[in-house]
Design a binder for this molecule. Structure first.
Ligand SMILES: [Zn+2]
Length: 669
């Protein structure tokens, strides 16, 4: 017994030597309380709703599932709504129309009789039924009934697809994004409806999957828009073989309503004791089609459990009461967050004056409400073996001056791995989480666009993403527990850090930045060994600066942040709108500008079906505009972009981008 006790003590001492930022007692309390099963159960309740942005079903899941469960856990919680009507704009985005669907079906209507003599009754072949596979009806489909001959128009998204093809009064069979196909086929070329099939290279090894797709009509298109359906690859192949024999007609019937709607958000708060006006904001999008589990009922369900766990432990005084407010926000993806930051100027950067595109001269002031950091949870519950994915968190791009979140998350991730957490009903999957460069596509984008440190927690690649295969059976209580504990512990640390925690975090921040810059230099040296270049010099200077700061940050006066990246005092372009930019912002660009933009899309194309694995144009242009704070010239911005992405971007390139953005009133000089 004595020997055993001694061994135990040694073991404890070894563990304690890890010296993580989050105090081990706090971490363990969170790990013991957080239930992967409860997060999964929340998810199971959420997926029963067809949760489309702006739809009454989205309000229903917020009111019937999320809000009552938060209140039952003792949290301060409320609902907030914003107009969503196909014309109200938030930033550069037009809000979706409200949409309610009751049923939808697509059947083969008839095949030319002579071609099917003796064949089975083709009228009995159903291609889609909303009740069976909710995402087989394109979201925002207009209600109505139509039938017509199928005409394959390829991607169906450009005029070229319709040359020499008459779709008038017919049904376009296309592989492009439904919104673009409907604009071309229905609005421009007179088709009555659309049927969308998967492109040949889109996950061909899963031929029965149906993809998520949407029409997104604007208010002024309401009269002319129509409905759409998605079919699987196998259904498409069957239709194509029938079409070889003769004309094939289909019959679509959708019972749905399009009209003014609302974006519904849910808030929950654990108020801070010292600075309740400063908050750590945890977000997750509550929307997506019925049964869609990992995206993103999982993030929503995991957040509900995180809120319960922190509330419970704080109330029981098992972990420290937070000094800052912990704010949880469930949103309609993108639109809800953009509406929120558009209506709430207090959704602003803390501590540093920021060139706020919302044009508030007093955007920053001591003691005013602000967001210290954002943790966005999007697709967090994967059974990583079934989905063949791995957990990641995204790091901040260089334009975000305060980077402490990257260093904190890296350390808490290590601590979570060491804890070797399992849920009793979950898997024993090996956990290989990763910190990856900033990737776009979820609600963290808007906070980064406001200079706020922000991260996305998710899984990638995931072959089930945005398909009928993303179901509750692809989730794992163990993964919920690991990610939920990781996020909860990190959020609690930010909210409750004292000055010595902040100093330790400062050291970790410089160390993490040194690692990043050293990695960049090593990569760059491989690419170009002889030619001295400006980006290498810039990264080297920043590395030296961070090493200096690492040396001095042991002293209490050490400040965090990125001195060189923070920008010189000079003058240059500055942004006039909240990032990110919607493609619709360039609709009125000149043909020449559109051509340049298209060339950049091609030059910096993403090479991946999932998260981009190299910087694409959307990301580079986002970061370029984020650097446009009025104090940096275009030459400096070109150097910053080159250094960050190890690309050759020159001043002329940035000037061209600025001139296009200026014409659209998105940037001014
Ligand atoms: Zn998502």
């Amino acid at each position: 017994m004595k020997i055993f006790l001694r061994l135990c003590l040694c073991f404890t001492a070894l563990l304690a030597s890890a010296q993580h930022l989050v105090d081990q007692k706090t971490f363990d309390a969170i790990a013991n309380e957080y239930s992967g099963e409860a997060a999964q159960e929340n998810t199971r309740r959420i997926v029963e709703y067809h949760r489309i942005q702006g739809s009454p079903m989205m309000a229903a899941v917020a009111e019937q599932i999320v809000l009552p469960r938060l209140k039952a856990a003792g949290l301060e919680a409320k609902i907030e709504q914003f107009p969503s009507d196909g014309k109200t704009k938030y930033g550069t985005y037009i809000s979706p129309m409200g949409w309610d669907i009751r049923s939808g079906e697509l059947w083969i209507d008839q095949v030319k009789p002579e071609s099917v003599a003796g064949a089975k009754d083709l009228k009995s072949i159903m291609l889609c039924r909303y009740a069976d596979v909710p995402m087989c009806v394109s979201t925002y489909s207009k209600g109505g009934e139509w039938s017509g001959e199928l005409v394959d128009v390829g991607s169906g998204t450009s005029d070229a697809n319709y040359q020499g093809i008459d779709v008038h009064g017919k049904v376009a069979l296309a592989s492009g994004y439904a919104a673009n196909v409907v604009r071309e086929a229905v609005l421009k070329h007179g088709a009555v409806g659309v049927v969308i099939y998967p492109a040949a290279d889109d996950r061909p090894d899963h031929p029965d999957m149906v993809r998520y797709n949407g029409i997104w009509p604007r208010a002024e298109e309401l009269d002319k828009t129509s409905g759409g359906f998605q079919i699987s690859r196998n259904q498409y192949d069957m239709l194509k073989s029938l079409m070889k024999q003769g004309a094939v007609r289909v019959h679509g019937k959708i019972d749905a309503t399009l009209g003014p709607g609302k974006l519904t958000l849910v808030h929950a708060y654990i108020r801070g004791t010292d600075h309740p006006e400063r908050e750590i904001l945890i977000t997750g999008h509550l929307d997506h089609p019925k049964w869609s589990a990992n995206d993103n009922a999982s993030g929503s369900g995991a957040m509900m459990e995180a809120a319960r766990v922190l509330q419970t432990l704080i109330a029981a005084k098992k972990i420290a009461a937070p000094k800052l407010t912990i704010h949880f926000m469930w949103v309609p993806e993108y639109f809800g967050t953009l509406a929120y930051v558009s209506h709430h100027p207090e959704a602003r950067h803390c501590d540093t004056p920021w060139d706020d595109p919302r044009n508030k001269p007093d955007a920053f002031a001591e003691g005013k409400p602000c967001i210290i950091a954002n943790i966005n949870m999007d697709m967090v519950g994967e059974d990583t073996v079934k989905t063949n994915s791995r957990f990641y968190f995204t790091k901040a791009p260089d334009s975000v001056v305060h980077t402490f979140l990257d260093a904190l998350l890296a350390d808490v991730l290590e601590q979570t791995r060491e804890a070797d957490l399992y849920a009793q009903t979950g898997t024993r999957n090996y956990w290989q989480p990763e910190a990856i460069p900033y990737a776009q596509g979820s609600d963290h984008d808007f906070f980064l666009g406001l200079g706020i440190p922000a991260t996305m927690l998710g899984h990638d690649p995931d072959w089930t993403h945005h398909t009928s295969e993303d179901k509750i059976d692809k989730t794992d209580a163990t993964e919920f527990k690991r990610v939920g504990v990781f996020a909860s512990a990190a959020a609690h640390f930010v909210a409750s850090a004292n000055s010595s925690d902040a100093e330790r975090l400062g050291v970790a921040d410089h160390a993490s930045r040194v690692r990043e810059l050293a990695h960049r230099l090593a990569q760059d040296a491989n690419a170009d060994t002889n030619k001295p270049n400006r980006r290498t010099t810039r990264n080297l200077d920043e590395l030296k600066n961070q090493v200096d700061r690492l040396n001095t940050s042991v002293a209490p006066s050490g400040k965090t942040g990125r001195a060189i990246i923070a920008g010189k005092t000079g003058s240059g372009p500055h942004r006039l709108t909240i990032l990110t930019l919607d493609a619709s912002a360039f609709e009125s660009a000149s043909p020449d500008d559109k051509k340049w933009l298209a060339e950049q899309e091609a030059r910096f194309a993403s090479d991946s079906e999932g998260l981009a694995t190299k910087p694409n144009f959307a990301l580079i242009s986002f970061e370029a505009v984020n650097f446009m704070n009025g104090h940096r010239g275009t030459a400096e911005i070109a150097d910053l972009l080159s250094a960050e992405y190890l690309l050759d971007i020159d001043q002329a390139w940035v000037d061209r981008l600025v001139s296009i953005l200026e014409k659209q009133k998105l940037v001014s000089r």
